[in-house]
Design a protein around this ligand. Structure first.
Ligand SMILES: [Zn+2]
Ligand SMILES: [Zn+2]
Length: 346
């Protein structure tokens, strides 16, 4: 089959790779009909992730059709239309039973080499092997567009989980750092959950316009504090969601939150430490939390939101490409010319 393969720093190519096969009774093989390029895919692209070696098939957001199932798969049969999760989890361990699937003892992330568990080839391909299919996959609900469902496999779940992790309440004033896909999804999720205002901060005008078109107040990062002060009688945001990643943005996020407020970091962090304002955090009783999307836990609710049209994630799609044009899309993505690219196999 053809697949998008990491070929070295800033290089991806479409290559012929072996078709996936059932290697465990709980596996399913799906024909990928729709996948996506994620901001997270830029980390391996830029060679920032140990464990992603040349030859790794990339991609972790996908919708498809089941073409084979192992003998242990109970919930799916050939021809079922499905969406998955960006990672695999067993569904049985202590963590999975709590609903903390991302912490599963046998977690593995699609398209991320061995960075987060056992190597699993990615979804920017014609076919995908899905381990623990009964846990990882779910049926595409009738009436749910595939293009909306593909967001539920990662970025919408991640934005929603950030709001959940912050204990965001109706009436809260929320700041979102970063207008990439996860930031845009966090903004939409917080609005759906009843935020009084969502302020999205991004240096790029195009991303600010996108956030504004989807109901947020959008600002340059340097103006965020002043806008939040106006909205909150100078208290600061009740909730800050950091959706860029790295130490600098996280430090900036901590400067926007009110006393007893919560900062949630969903942007990817690879640095060992960052300068945390400990004295201010103590005096102001700040909370700092981290979150990774758990589409397995939250997707039933999200699929209802997108199927009903309460929330339309497809408004942030900037390109639709065929598999052969994915390398060019990565290059544009790396230049901040894309927010969400869908990869259409059919
Ligand atoms: Zn993703
Ligand atoms: Zn588990």
């Amino acid at each position: 089959m053809r697949a998008v393969v990491y070929a070295g720093p800033h290089q991806v190519s479409v290559q012929q790779v072996p078709d996936p096969v059932i290697s465990d009774p709980e596996d399913a093989i799906i024909k990928v009909t729709l996948s996506a390029i994620c901001g997270t895919d830029l980390h391996p692209y830029r060679h920032e992730v140990p464990g992603v070696d040349p030859g790794t098939v990339l991609g972790h957001e996908y919708v498809g059709e089941v073409v084979a199932v192992g003998q242990g798969v109970r919930s799916f049969r050939v021809e079922d239309l499905v969406l998955g999760s960006f990672f695999a989890a067993c569904g049985r361990c202590w963590w999975c039973r709590r609903g903390d699937h991302w912490q599963c003892e046998s977690r593995a992330a699609f398209g991320y080499g061995s960075a987060f568990g056992e190597y699993l080839p990615g979804a920017q391909a014609e076919f995908l092997r899905v381990p623990h299919a009964d846990t990882v996959l779910c049926h595409l609900p009738p009436g749910c567009p595939a293009e909306a469902a593909v967001f539920v496999t990662d970025v919408l779940a991640t934005g929603f989980v950030a709001a959940e992790r912050a204990d965001m309440r109706p009436g809260d004033t929320v700041a979102v750092m970063g207008g990439g896909a996860v930031g845009q999804m966090a903004s939409m999720a917080c609005q759906a959950l009843g935020a009084a205002a969502v302020v999205v901060a991004d240096p790029l005008a195009s991303r600010r316009e996108m956030a504004a078109a989807n109901g947020a107040l959008s600002v340059s990062p340097g103006d965020a504090r002043a806008v939040l002060d106006d909205l909150t009688e100078n208290r600061g945001a009740d909730v800050v969601i950091e959706a860029v990643g790295g130490a600098g943005p996280l430090e900036s996020a901590c400067a926007l939150v009110r006393r007893r407020g919560t900062v949630v970091a969903v942007g990817v962090q690879f640095e060992a430490t960052f300068p945390y304002p400990v004295a201010r955090a103590f005096a102001g009783e700040l909370s700092l939390r981290f979150a990774t999307g758990n589409s397995i836990r939250v997707r039933d609710r999200l699929l209802r939101l997108v199927t009903s049209g309460v929330l339309d994630p497809t408004t942030i799609v900037t390109s639709r490409v065929k598999l052969d044009h994915v390398p060019g899309a990565y290059a544009r993505f790396a230049e901040h010319q894309e927010v969400k690219v869908l990869v259409c196999n059919s």
